[in-house]
Design a protein around this ligand. Structure first.
Ligand SMILES: *Cc1c(COP(=O)(O)O)cnc(C)c1O
Length: 392
């Protein structure tokens, strides 16, 4: 089956007693066993029968199985947020005395996780420019590197890493590559062939189907020895971030129409980007889908012809950004990405507001940048709202 079909027709673990077409939601904490043998097999990992919903739940397994079918991964673990996916995966590969090689161009909470929280547990971070392969090579010369952690399209800088090149350098040193691939749905590219060992997705974004629920996915391609065992039998159980059945149900619905939504959102975004370039109030439109964007070719080679629904615009100064945002009528002032509705935010004063001006400068988060996530509305309406907000 093709990916579009798998997103809809991956069979359930067991047939439903009533033949329900939609995935039943198992709102239960625990499961009864017929006898002690079956019970012991479940608890000791000799069977996949669910025992307790902090560890496994049929509805959540169904979401995991669909993502597994689509990506060809060995294992997929669904957790309750993108941050839970990142923190759980990093805690499975890193530990005291180890170093995570990554970039300063990271999602705000991911940066704080690596720079603050994990440091308190003795994990070091080496922040480098991941678009500079010499810097990657140099960082990998050090001992005790736990992993390279990268985002395939950084936000809000919209920088693209050369994943196969980084993976080749890392794998030569037996260092795994963990990639946050939230910015492009996994239906669009083949993470394993790019050299990614573990893909991490905030399924809050494209997958949830219009911002219905928070969620995260750890997509394990089976290339890191022992990762699956540590992840499933240790980290997942001990940190307790497994996805709830309700969220898994919402996200399974979202997955079913992901392809249709993504195609329209990406087409809308390209159309909006082209129209915004004609407006003199906008100093710069940054979108990797534009052919003259410096990362366009590298992006297309890895992730396909569509470049997602996130773009940024730069205005004259900080005040112009605030005025623009306050004047919007249709477009929502909100964080989040890849909702069905178009969203706008000033990253410097919000997501990156808690950082100092110097830290923001190091991360290339500019005061003049507004981030837009383009939705499913008519392009003319989106552009008309942006125009009136720039001019009123
Ligand atoms: C939103 C996001 C996250 C965090 O995901 P949550 O579901 O909000 O915890 C991580 N990485 C990227 C790239 C994101 O966009």
């Amino acid at each position: 089956m093709k990916r579009t079909t798998q997103a809809i027709h991956t069979p359930y673990m067991k047939p439903d007693a009533y033949g329900s077409i939609a995935m039943p939601v198992y709102h239960t904490c625990a499961y009864e066993f017929p006898n002690t043998t079956v019970m012991a097999d479940s608890f000791c990992g000799r069977s996949t029968d669910p025992d307790y919903s902090r560890v496994t739940n049929p509805t959540t397994i169904h979401l995991e199985d669909r993502v597994k079918a689509i990506t060809g991964a060995r294992d997929v673990i669904a957790v309750n947020s993108g941050m839970a996916a990142i923190s759980n995966a990093l805690m499975a590969v890193a530990g005291a005395g180890k170093t995570i090689v990554t970039s300063r161009h990271l999602f705000g909470n991911t940066f704080a996780l690596v720079d603050k929280t994990l440091r308190r547990f003795g994990v070091d971070a080496d922040f480098i420019d991941l678009t500079d392969l010499k810097a990657v090579e140099c960082a990998l010369k050090k001992e005790n590197v736990a992993c390279v952690f990268l985002e395939i399209l950084t936000n809000p800088q919209l920088e693209v890493a050369d994943v196969p090149a980084i993976a080749a350098l890392a794998h030569a040193k037996n260092v795994p590559v963990l990639a946050d691939t939230t910015a492009v749905p996994f239906t669009e590219f083949d993470g394993k062939s790019l050299g990614i060992d573990v893909e991490i997705v905030s399924s809050t974004k494209y997958i949830s189907g219009g911002a219905t629920s928070i969620g995260g996915l750890i997509i394990d391609y089976g290339t890191i020895p022992g990762f699956q065992e540590v992840m499933r039998r240790e980290v997942l159980m001990n940190l307790g971030a497994y996805m709830t059945p309700h969220a898994a149900y919402m996200q399974t619905l979202g997955l079913e129409n992901l392809n249709a939504r993504y195609a329209l959102q990406a087409a809308n975004t390209l159309a909006v980007a082209k129209k915004l370039r004609e407006l003199p109030e906008i100093k710069r439109v940054n979108y990797v889908g534009l052919e003259d964007n410096p990362y366009h070719d590298l992006f297309v080679k890895q992730f396909g012809k569509t470049a997602g629904a996130m773009l940024t615009i730069d205005l004259a100064d900080e005040q112009a950004c605030y005025d623009f945002l306050n004047n919007l009528k249709l477009v929502k002032r909100a964080t989040n990405l890849f909702d069905n509705k178009t969203l706008a935010i000033h990253p410097a004063s919000t997501i990156f507001g808690p950082f100092t001006k110097e830290q923001r400068a190091e991360m290339d988060v500019l005061d003049t940048t507004v981030r837009l996530s383009i939705g499913l509305e008519d392009v003319d309406d989106i552009v008309a709202d942006i125009k009136q907000a720039l001019r009123s």
